[in-house]
Structures are given as C-alpha cells and as structure tokens.
Design a binder for this molecule. Structure first.
Ligand SMILES: NC(=O)c1ccc[n+]([C@@H]2O[C@H](COP(=O)([O-])OP(=O)(O)OC[C@H]3O[C@@H](n4cnc5c(N)ncnc54)[C@H](OP(=O)(O)O)[C@@H]3O)[C@@H](O)[C@H]2O)c1
Length: 290
C-alpha cells in the first residue's frame, strides 16, 4: 500500500514510517519545514510539503495514497481550542477526499478520561458532556464510515514512551526537576496507561492493513500504572524525593496526571493479533531518566 502519513516527522510518526517501509509499504510523509522534510526523506519516505492549514495539500496526499495515518497535531496547550479546530478541519478535509473510496483512514486519539475510575475498553464511547474535547475529532472521523471511508480511531495511552521521549512522561520529569520533588496527586493511586513507541507504530500499521471500518483500537500495552509508581521511578532516576502535590503544581498536565484512566487493549489484541513487546514505562524511565 501507499500510505500518506501526517506528522511523519514527529515522535510517533518517525517510528510509523520505518515500520510501514519494513513491511513493504510506500510512504508519502507530510512535512511543513525544510528540517522536517529532510527528516522524513532520511527515513526513506517520499515528502509532501504542506501543513495542517493547507487542506488542499492534505486532500491531494489522501487521493494519491491507498491509506492515511493522521498523526500531525499542534501541541500548543496555551491555545488548545485552535489545535482542536485545526485537527477537526484536517480530518474533515481528508475524509472528504477519501469519500466513497473505502480507503483506511487511521487517526490518533487518547484513552484519557473515557470512563474515569473504571477500565475503559474499545467498546466504551466517551460521554460528550465530560469527555476530553479531543474526542470530538474521533467522533468526526468515525462518522466518515457513513461516507464510504474506512475510519479507524487509535486511542493511545497518554505515555507513548521510549528513548528520546518528549511526551507526557518527559513533562513530568521536567516538572520534578524544577520542583525538586517527584510528585503525585492525593495518594497517587490513580492510574495511567502506557505503550512503547515501537509497539504504537506496529499498531498503526496493523490498523491500516486490516482493521475494519469504524474500529476503535487501544494503543495500550500496560493498562494500569499508578501515578505514584511513575513518580517513584522519576524520583529514583533524578535522585529526588517523592511526595504528594497539588494538580496545579504540574501546570497544564495536572488535571490529566490527577485523573484515574485505566484502559485495556484486549479487543485490539484479539482483532489484529497485536502483541506489544517493548519495555514497560517504569523500565524505560529507569533507562532514560537521569
Ligand atoms: N506522544 C504521546 O505520548 C501521545 C499520547 C497520546 C496521543 N498522542 C497523539 O499522537 C499523535 C502524534 O503524537 P507525537 O507524540 O508523535 O507528536 P509530536 O512528536 O509532537 O509530532 C507532531 C507532528 O505533527 C507535526 N505538526 C505539528 N504542527 C503541524 C502543523 N501545523 N502542520 C503540519 N504538521 C504539524 C509535527 O511536525 P514538525 O516535525 O515539523 O514539528 C510532527 O510531525 C498526536 O495526535 C498526539 O496528540 C501522542
């Protein structure tokens, strides 16, 4: 297959591209700058210059390909409404280009806050009243099933980790460094999920290869790691004490790190034969937190 990948230069995209190429696919990778274009080309993918605002380019990439993996996202938590608007517009534009084609269109979403306090499964639909606003993008993607597209939503664990991680775990490490303590909220018994970046990449490949239209998948290798275990691993790595903190101490990530969001991936594993093999989050933190 020829697969159009947005966010091809990003943390997850730069693992997805080689994963696709290794399995005999061709990749067309979106790049918005010279540096990103060079990075994408270096992985062996063909480059398509454009960004999330050039909707015609996104549509062209989708039309030229057999499947789309949408990973580009503006991680500007100071103007999150605009990030959501761009994400939604990109999904709708790509969906329009794919209308009636039956082509696979996989997007990245998240497991946080789907069923607070209970293990979320792939069958759980978030409550629009309380869900993270980003779930609206997932709903928009799934609605494309009625327009002859094969949409797939990959709900990723909040920690997609590995060496070089600059995601949520890296933010927690930076906060601990700044505060001189590796914190958790309350008793720290609230649960997060995690997946290694390489396992997430495999899941995106399997998704476009064989997930059915409307599939909701969980990119979750570890279904429940407590915030306290994460804080203790960070504390060990940095040589800092561990202790309770207020959600505000963590800045924008506080409400997410304070939430209880366990999630399973049993349905995903059975559907696609996906078997994560990467190291767990705590083991990985021991390797790269110093
Ligand atoms: N990493 C995680 O732990 C995690 C967890 C849950 C969900 N997710 C989701 O998974 C997806 C991929 O995440 P990631 O960790 O790979 O993110 P990332 O490392 O921040 O990469 C983001 C990608 O989007 C591109 N991008 C940003 N703004 C753009 C714009 N205006 N136009 C075009 N491209 C743009 C970036 O291009 P440049 O290289 O040019 O900057 C980069 O390729 C995102 O939707 C993210 O929210 C990630």
């Amino acid at each position: 297959m020829r697969v159009f990948v947005t966010g091809a230069s990003g943390w997850i995209g730069s693992a997805v591209v080689p994963e696709l190429l290794r399995h005999g696919h061709e990749v067309l990778g979106l790049a918005r700058s010279d540096a990103s274009a060079q990075a994408v080309a270096a992985t062996g993918a063909e480059v398509l210059r454009g960004d999330l605002d050039t909707l015609d380019v996104l549509q062209e990439g989708a039309r030229q390909s057999d499947a789309v993996i949408h990973l580009a996202f503006v991680h500007d938590f100071g103007n999150f409404a605009d990030s959501l608007r761009k994400d939604r517009a990109a999904i709708e534009a790509i969906g329009e280009a794919l209308e009636g084609s039956g082509k696979a269109f996989a997007i990245a979403s998240g497991t946080l806050g789907i069923t607070p306090g209970r293990v979320a499964t792939e069958h759980d639909q978030p409550d629009p009243a309380t869900a993270h606003p980003r779930q609206q993008s997932a709903a928009a993607a799934l609605a494309l099933q009625n327009r002859g597209v094969r949409p797939i939503v990959v709900r990723l664990a909040p920690s997609v980790h590995g060496a070089g991680d600059h995601g949520f775990a890296a933010v927690l490490v930076a906060v601990a460094r700044e505060r001189g303590v590796a914190g958790y909220v309350g008793t720290g018994e609230n649960r997060w999920t995690a997946v290694h970046r390489d396992d997430a990449a495999t899941l995106f490949r399997l998704a476009v290869e064989k997930a059915p239209a409307g599939a909701v998948l969980h990119g979750v290798a570890e279904e429940a790691i407590t915030a306290r275990e994460i804080a203790e691993a960070i504390g060990r790595g940095l040589g800092l004490p561990t202790g309770p903190a207020a959600p505000e101490d963590f800045g924008w990530i506080g409400p997410m790190f304070a939430g209880d969001s366990p999630a399973s991936s049993t349905v995903t594993r059975e559907l696609l034969g996906w078997e994560p093999t990467g190291p767990g989050l705590i083991e990985d933190l021991a390797h790269y937190v110093r």
